[in-house]
Design a protein around this ligand. Structure first.
Ligand code: SAH
Ligand code: SF4
Length: 357
């Protein structure tokens, strides 16, 4: 046990120093982990995070503007073939959600949806320009799935700053086992490459404990993140969703999700890593555990309450009924209790790096 710990701790130190490890060593960090290693990794990660960001936690107001999706990802509660009440927000409703987010001090708006092709390039551009016009100082993040490069470019030119598109799995076979035939890792990777080349701050990421995922797969995910080096990385546990092919599968673990957050932080201390809604949905302690493991972003939901319950990616998703002001206050209380502070600002990757070093 002792030997295992000291060998693995040496690997953690090597990762901190060199910001790279062979994939075999990432795999060892997963398979041979024990409570000591997990604790040491969290302490190292939090220490690095404090060094670059002090105790600041960045917020992003999450606007789930459509739950309509053309895809059939096996894990997701919004998948096309699931019968649920579908909605789309109007431009006006989206703008109202932005106003609410602004009023709550959230200086990044995240527009997330299923792959809803009603939102053509032109409609997206119109939305982005309208938000830009009213909120020139806010950052705007899109999370709308796979589109062609011209669409990504037009959205960027209209004023979108960041884009979240999880790679979901860096192993082509595992990726294929999570998605129907039409969706391939290759096109997901092409999208990520396009987004990066266009100039977005890009977020990749994956679920921990998705069906069929092995330690080797997670190691490959860590290797991919290391080489692609996105500005943001979203990881959270897989949580089953009723009425999907994976409804009866086991949820991912909080412990492993938080450990992966620590490894990602040690790998690149400057990146933006959210304490995800999934981690908070899995366990009431999840959000604080993720922050204590090296996360530095939270994404409070500002979607209108009348549709929020219809954006159920998985069972037991939290923040379905919380009024946004009350939720912000509860976040503040939680952060204060654990020695963190909600930072008011755009929270860009590069700005932070220079400002806080
Ligand atoms: N349609 C867009 C954005 C919405 S889905 C897209 O797919 O990128 C956003 C993320 O939710 C996905 O990337 C996926 O990793 C996560 N998600 C979906 N179903 C989930 C589940 N059952 N458990 C945990 N996370 C899930
Ligand atoms: Fe659609 Fe995204 Fe869910 Fe896949 S994960 S079904 S693309 S909303």
């Amino acid at each position: 046990m002792e030997d295992y710990s000291s060998n693995l701790i040496r690997l953690l130190e090597q990762l901190e120093r060199e910001q790279t490890l062979p994939v075999e060593n990432y795999e060892r960090l997963i398979t041979e982990r024990n409570d000591t290693v997990i604790r040491v990794a969290a302490e190292m990660a939090r220490h690095l995070c404090d060094r670059f960001f002090s105790r600041n936690v960045y917020t992003r107001g999450l606007i789930e503007f459509s739950n309509i999706c053309q895809n059939d990802c096996f894990y997701c509660g919004l998948r096309h073939s699931k019968s649920i009440r579908r909605y789309r927000l109007t431009l006006d409703e989206i703008l109202r959600s932005c106003r609410l987010a602004w009023e709550l001090d959230y200086r990044t708006f995240v527009l997330q949806s299923g792959e809803d092709m009603y939102f053509t390039r032109d409609r997206l551009v119109e939305i982005i320009q309208s938000i830009r016009e009213e909120f020139p100082e806010a950052a705007l993040t899109l999370s709308i799935g796979e589109r062609d490069r011209a669409c990504y470019q037009a959205c960027f030119d209209a004023g979108a700053d960041r884009f979240l598109l999880r790679h979901e799995s860096a192993d082509a076979e595992h990726y294929a086992s999570l998605h129907p035939a039409g969706l391939a890792l290759e096109s997901r990777m092409q999208c990520l490459q396009d987004l990066k080349e266009i100039g977005y701050q890009v977020g990749a990421g994956f679920m921990v404990g998705s069906p069929g995922q092995t330690a080797r797969h997670i190691a490959q995910d860590l290797k991919f993140i290391e080489t692609f080096d996105p500005e943001m990385v979203g990881v959270g546990p897989f949580i089953p969703s009723e009425g999907t092919p994976f409804a009866e599968e086991k949820a991912g673990s909080l412990e492993l999700s938080c450990y992966v957050v620590s490894l990602l932080r040690i790998q690149n201390p400057q990146r933006l890593i959210p304490a995800t809604t999934a981690v908070a949905s899995l366990n009431p302690e999840g959000r604080i555990r993720a922050l204590d493991s090296g996360a530095n972003v939270i994404m409070p939901n500002v979607t209108p309450l009348n549709v929020r319950g219809d954006y159920m990616l998985y069972n037991g998703k939290i923040c379905i009924t919380e009024e946004a002001h009350a939720y912000r206050d509860s976040v503040d209380a939680l952060l204060a209790k654990h020695g963190y502070e909600r930072h008011v600002g755009r929270g860009d990757y590069k700005e932070d790096r220079h400002a806080l070093r």
